[in-house]
Write a protein that binds this ligand. Sequence first.
Ligand code: NDP
Length: 234
Amino acid sequence: MSRSVLISGGNRGIGLAIAQAFAAVGDRVAITYRSGTPPEGFLAVPCDVTDTKSVEAAFDTVEREQGTVEVMVANAGTTRDGLVLAMDDDDFLDVVDTNLMGAFRMARRAVGGMLEQRWGRLLFVSSAVAAMGGAGQANYAASKAGLVGFARSLAWELGSRGITSNVVAPGPVETDMSAAVDPARLDWVLRASPLGRMGAPEDVASVVRFLAGDEARFVTGAVVPVSGGFAMGA
Ligand code: NDP
């Protein structure tokens, strides 16, 4: 059965792979983008997740064009790496505003329609760094760890209404974001990974699609690592 899916930051990287994974099984897929030309094949809606009105307008369009959002993937994310000693308020706030508040804005808007339908799938893209922490990534790790408490609270609030809320925690994945990471740190991460290599965006996408599917209907409040073993047990 075709579902109405919305993915924030679906124009590139992991978000685009998630969009392609849902489209491949016949779902109606909308993606958000901020600028430039979005990829073809999806309903593309402009949206900045740091702006509540922008998020609400994006949902309005998606609901009009492809129906109530049944699967919401909060994927949009950003980094502003630096050591805490030299990190200013904006470096911290901007990352939390995008990664954590952005997911909150998306989920809050998604939940109304899901409650009406008494069915929904909320998915949050966190990071292995949420549990491990990372030198130079205190703001990012805090935002991604915050997603876990947020998603689990939603699992409690919405479980009785047929809505699940789950988190995926990727390790190093080949995208623009990881290309900007200090090569020495990336090298350390790969040496600390049993599989010893970067993942592909598709590796994350297939797990997100599984969690949104009927086979995962008894899974909620889970944090699923997709990390090549990096940070396992953390
Ligand atoms: P990219 O940098 O390739 O893509 C980031 C996406 O987020 C883009 O679509 C970008 O849109 C969007 N975005 C950023 N800020 C905003 C905003 N304010 N409003 C709306 N959209 C925004 O990163 P990845 O694909 O690698 O990352 C996707 C998710 O996966 C992120 O949450 C990231 O933290 C997480 N992750 C990534 C890992 C990796 O190794 N790559 C590892 C662990 C987690 P635009 O094109 O407009 O900039």
